[in-house]
Design a protein around this ligand. Sequence first.
Ligand code: 5GP
Length: 219
Amino acid sequence: MAAAGHGFDRVERRGLMFVLSSPSGAGKTTLSRLLIERMPGLKMSVSATTRPMRPGEVEGRDYRFVDKSSFEQMATRDELLEWATVFDNRYGTPRAPVEAALSAGQDVLFDIDWQGTQQLREKARADVVSVFILPPSAADLEKRLHTRAQDSDAVIRGRMSRATHELSHWAEYDYIVINHDVDEAFAEVQSILKAERLKRERRTGLTTFVRELQRQLEK
Ligand code: 5GP
């Protein structure tokens, strides 16, 4: 699915889809933000959702907030790469921005759940790199959900019980990072991305590069 663009070392390669999933509160949003800030060539996929905006969220940056009928229309017109129902709300990935980024040789970061990850993998296995973030303990997860102070107690209880279900999908991911410490977890996620960018199969320009190297050596 991904088209070819140029890597930083000028060797052409296919863009990749970098997926981060975790139960809410495991620190995935912070890790995504750090990745976007510190990793050039990586663009965030902004999902569409029917859930209400939380305090501090910005339309178009955190999500595209849409009503149910607009969401249905997007799904019917095949404008979503994947979509799922999470906590009774719909969430989906608009297709066009992802395809544009990949064609420009950029990598795309997805903060989506296991259902969306499965759908992306079915569509483009070779281009998907998936990472599951685990909290170090249940107490830590609950503490983070409370500190975030964006949700009511009832919503937090719902998120905790859903975390158990989310956790059961850990083994479907390529990499697992345990978020004991945000700096360490970030370093790990960054290493995964750096290594995956260097994978031979993705670097479509290598044959040409090596041929040129051989030509120079033979002179
Ligand atoms: P929240 O409401 O806390 O922002 O997100 C709830 C859950 O929905 C998170 O696990 C998040 O990863 C997931 N999610 C957000 N956007 C998408 C999307 O476009 N597709 C899918 N499948 N899940 C999403």
